[in-house]
Ligand binder design. Structure first.
Ligand code: NAP
Length: 313
């Protein structure tokens, strides 16, 4: 399974795109086999506020993924200047809508919107992103419930490549509610010894150099170079950034932006035993976990006997 690329890298490339494709195939089969019994397809409502360009791309990717597996997606696009209360009214309508199994609010939100209030307004059983306080509490207590998509996607990717976690030293860089904190909880539940680093952590490299598994969610482009990595560590790069391409390559390769992560992929690949690329690593897995949460909620709403463990590869 060793992967060698044009840079001479020896790290195994953890291919999120490929694993997500396999998950989608299983989910598609599961949806089509239960459609008659359910009487309707699973439904996902996406709330978009304003015109953030990156959000438009992410939502379009989610809509395409829904279409591929038979989930009906509905995008509600509101003006940049809508109030928190008006969005909450729309969320409450979706909570009551029997055709909707999952609701997600695309982040980031305009400044005047109270993100916490919106997330709190979503029915916890329709919480497609797993960010409702109740669901974060369920995660803390190891109870069942929709899980935060990005960290759940990381866990699924590691599991798929049979990367051992139990007893390993793990460092998670970042402590956001979206990624770092739920990531640390999931890894702890899998019996890793977890340290969480953040912007006030001193001598980060001495900490990360002890990590058998390093998960980077700092939101800083190419912040982590080889000097942060233990020999043969597994490196998961959650970060995603759009950066302007050098003028020469922009004209020859089409498109003006280049995606990169928080990790210097080429350099770190020479030291790590396995690494996620950006793009094509954690991103596609996040979308898969959104689909898993939506289908799981559909299963519950329609009283299907389907078990998610039977649906996943
Ligand atoms: P965030 O809310 O900005 O949190 C970043 C975290 O990193 C914070 O806890 C911050 O510490 C910490 N941090 C920042 N600079 C640091 C430094 N120099 N050293 C150590 N820690 C540092 O970001 P997020 O929402 O968690 O997202 C992180 C990245 O993941 C972003 O690039 C985002 O675009 C990406 N992302 C990708 C996906 C995907 O599907 N691939 C999904 C979600 C997010 P403090 O708490 O002290 O400020």
């Amino acid at each position: 399974m060793l992967y060698r690329d044009s840079y001479g890298s020896m790290a195994l490339r953890l291919d999120g795109r490929k694993v997500a494709g396999e998950i989608e195939k299983c989910l598609k089969d599961g949806v089509s086999s239960c459609l008659k019994q359910a009487g309707r397809p699973p439904g996902l409502a996406v709330i978009r506020i304003g015109d953030d360009a990156a959000s438009a791309v992410y939502i379009s990717n989610k809509e395409k993924a829904c279409a591929r597996i038979g989930v009906k997606s509905l995008v509600f696009h509101f003006n940049q200047d809508i109030s928190t209360q008006d969005v909450i009214k729309e969320i409450e309508k979706l909570n009551r809508n029997e055709l909707v199994d999952g609701i997600l609010v695309q982040l980031p939100l305009p400044k005047q919107i109270d993100e916490a209030e919106l997330l709190k307004a979503i029915d916890p059983d329709k919480d497609a992103d797993g960010l409702h306080t109740l669901n974060l509490g369920r995660l803390l207590k190891d109870e069942e419930g929709p899980r935060s998509c990005t960290p759940a996607g990381v866990m699924m990717l590691l599991d798929n490549y049979q990367i051992p976690i139990e007893g390993k030293r793990v460092v998670v860089i970042g402590r956001s509610i979206l990624v770092g904190k739920p990531m640390a909880l999931m890894l702890q539940s899998a019996n890793a010894t977890v340290t969480v680093a953040h912007s006030r952590t001193r001598d980060l490299a001495s900490l990360t150099k002890q990590a058998d598994l390093l998960v980077v969610a700092a939101g800083k482009p190419r912040m982590i170079g080889p000097e942060y990595i233990k020999d043969k560590a597994v490196v998961v790069d959650v970060g995603i950034h759009r950066q302007p391409k050098p003028i020469a390559s922009a004209s020859s390769q089409g498109g003006k932006t280049l995606l990169c992560g928080d990790v210097c992929f080429e350099e770190v690949s020479k030291i790590a035993s396995a690494i996620t690329p950006v793009p094509g690593g954690v991103g596609p897995m996040t979308v898969s976990m959104l689909l898993v949460n939506t289908i799981n909620s559909w299963k519950n709403h329609c009283g299907l006997s389907l078990r998610m463990t039977d649906l996943l590869p």
